[in-house]
Design a protein around this ligand. Structure first.
Ligand SMILES: [Zn+2]
Ligand SMILES: [Zn+2]
Length: 166
């Protein structure tokens, strides 16, 4: 979606509501397509005392296998965006401003970048996901497996020995 911001730039105290959905289902991340549900974008762009600000809330539903246990997990992430929009830049820091060339703003491109930047790199079904047993592969969130714990103990013992050697 392209936003025409001419009327916002020239009229102080003007405001334009934004409410739309962005399809990012074709975006491939970690070998899958986790953004099947359109990204929900809402907020407004407004001119206060000559300064144009874009204020958005982005809501992303991320559906992919959990990094630890491999079960499919759906997480919703919300990001705030609060940036000043300028129609030209005089050598200022680009990161702080959004440049709307000819007072046109490519909102899709902007939101797409923001989502890719803000999505957590770790995707877990829950923060205390126990993962899978590396021996039998059982999902330990469903309960303990019957693998003997001995091997783990002896590893610790060996480490203990190493640490206490000197
Ligand atoms: Zn998990
Ligand atoms: Zn096991």
């Amino acid at each position: 979606m392209f936003l025409d911001l001419k009327s916002i730039f020239v009229n102080e105290n003007s405001s334009l509501p934004i409410n739309y959905e962005l399809n990012m289902s074709e975006v491939e991340l970690s070998g899958g397509f986790p953004l099947q549900k359109p990204v929900s974008i809402s907020g407004r762009v407004f001119n206060r005392a000559g300064i144009v600000t874009l204020k958005l809330l982005l809501e992303v539903e991320y559906s992919a296998p959990c990094d630890r246990c491999g079960e499919n997990a759906v997480n919703t992430y919300c990001f705030d965006m609060d940036r000043v929009v300028v129609n030209h830049l005089d050598g200022d820091d680009l990161d702080e401003y959004i440049v709307a060339q000819d007072m046109q703003l490519d909102l899709d491109e902007l939101c797409r970048c923001e989502v890719l930047l803000e999505i957590p790199t770790k995707h877990l079904c829950s923060n205390d996901c126990k993962g899978v047993c590396n021996k039998c592969g059982k999902n330990l969130n469903l309960g303990k497996c019957s693998c003997p714990q001995k091997e783990l103990d002896s590893r610790f013992a060996a480490l203990d020995q190493l640490l206490n050697n000197d």
